[in-house]
Design a protein around this ligand. Structure first.
Ligand code: PGA
Length: 249
C-alpha cells in the first residue's frame, strides 16, 4: 500500500526562533495522523526543532544533500551528516536547485544514489516549465528527468523513493495545475515506472503534487487516484494552512 504524505518545504525562510515556533505550532495543531507528515526546515534549525516536535508525528527532511560522501567540498552537507542528525528524508532535484544552482539530471542521480546508500529517503522532484508545457513537451521532459536520474536504480532502491511532480509554472505563482492536469502526469509517471520496473512497484510509489497547493485546493487534488499528497512551499510557512492541507485527506 502506498503512503499518503504531506511534506512542507520551508526553503530559505524563517530565522531559528521563528522556525522553532512554526514547528511547535504545527506539532500542536496536528490532532489526527491520517498521512505521513514531513517538514524540511533550513538545516540550521533542525536540531532545535527536533527538541520541540514529536518525531513519531512529524518527520524531518533536508532540502538538499551533497552528491559525494565527504571530503573537500566547502559548504556542502553530506547524506551521512544528515543521517547522523536523524534526518530521514531529503528533497532532491527541486526546480530551484536545478535552475539557480545548475543541477543536472546526472547531479540529481548522484544525490539520489548517495541518499539511498545512507538510508535517507529521497523526495525526488520533477516537472516542466511553462514553455515546455505550452509546446506540449512536458511528458518528454518529465520522462527524461526520471529516466536519467532514477532508472539506473535497482527495483529495491527505486521502491525507497518518493516522487514529487512540481510544474515550475505553478511554484510560488498562485497558479495551481488543475487536479485533472496533475492526475494526468501522476498517472503517466506511474505508467513509465510500471513499464521500467513492474506494476506492483509503480502502485506502491507515493507521488506528491507540488505547486501552489493550499487549503482551498488540497482536497480536490488529493482525491485524485494517483495523487498521494503534496509537497508544500508557501503554505507550509503558516501552521494553520499546513495543517489544513494535512487534514484534506
Ligand atoms: P509552493 O512551492 O507551494 O510555494 O508553490 C512548492 C515547492 O516549491 O515545493
Amino acid at each position: 500500500m502506498r503512503k499518503n504524505i504531506v511534506a512542507g518545504n520551508w526553503k530559505m525562510n524563517t530565522n531559528i526562533s521563528e522556525g522553532i515556533t512554526l514547528a511547535k505550532k504545527v506539532n500542536d495543531l496536528i490532532t489526527e495522523k491520517n498521512c505521513d507528515i514531513i517538514i524540511a526546515p533550513p538545516l540550521t534549525h533542525i536540531s532545535e526543532i527536533q527538541k520541540v516536535i514529536d518525531e513519531k508525528k512529524i518527520f524531518i527532511s533536508s532540502q538538499n544533500c551533497a552528491s559525494t560522501q565527504n571530503g573537500a567540498y566547502t559548504g556542502e552537507i553530506s547524506a551521512q551528516m544528515l543521517k547522523s542528525m536523524s534526518v530521514n528524508y531529503s528533497i532532491i532535484g527541486h526546480s530551484e536547485r536545478r535552475d539557480y544552482f545548475k543541477e543536472s539530471n546526472i547531479d540529481v542521480k548522484e544525490k539520489v544514489t548517495i541518499a539511498i546508500k545512507n538510508n535517507i529517503t529521497p523526495i525526488f522532484c520533477c516537472g516542466e516549465d511553462l514553455t515546455q508545457r505550452e509546446r506540449n513537451n512536458h511528458f518528454n521532459v518529465i520522462e527524461n528527468q526520471i529516466k536519467e536520474s532514477l532508472f539506473d536504480l535497482s527495483a529495491i532502491d527505486f521502491s525507497k523513493i518518493i516522487i514529487a511532480y512540481e510544474p515550475i509554472w505553478a511554484i510560488g505563482t498562485g497558479k495551481t495545475a488543475s487536479a485533472d492536469q496533475a492526475q494526468e502526469i501522476h498517472k503517466f509517471i506511474r505508467t513509465i515506472v510500471a513499464s521500467k520496473y513492474n506494476v506492483d512497484l509503480a502502485d506502491n510509489l507515493s507521488i506528491l503534487y507540488g505547486g501552489s497547493c493550499k487549503p482551498s485546493n488540497a482536497k480536490e487534488l488529493f482525491a485524485k487516484e494517483d495523487i498521494d499528497g503534496g509537497l508544500i512551499g508557501g503554505a507550509s510557512l503558516n501552521a494553520e494552512d499546513f495543517v489544513a492541507i494535512i487534514n484534506a485527506f
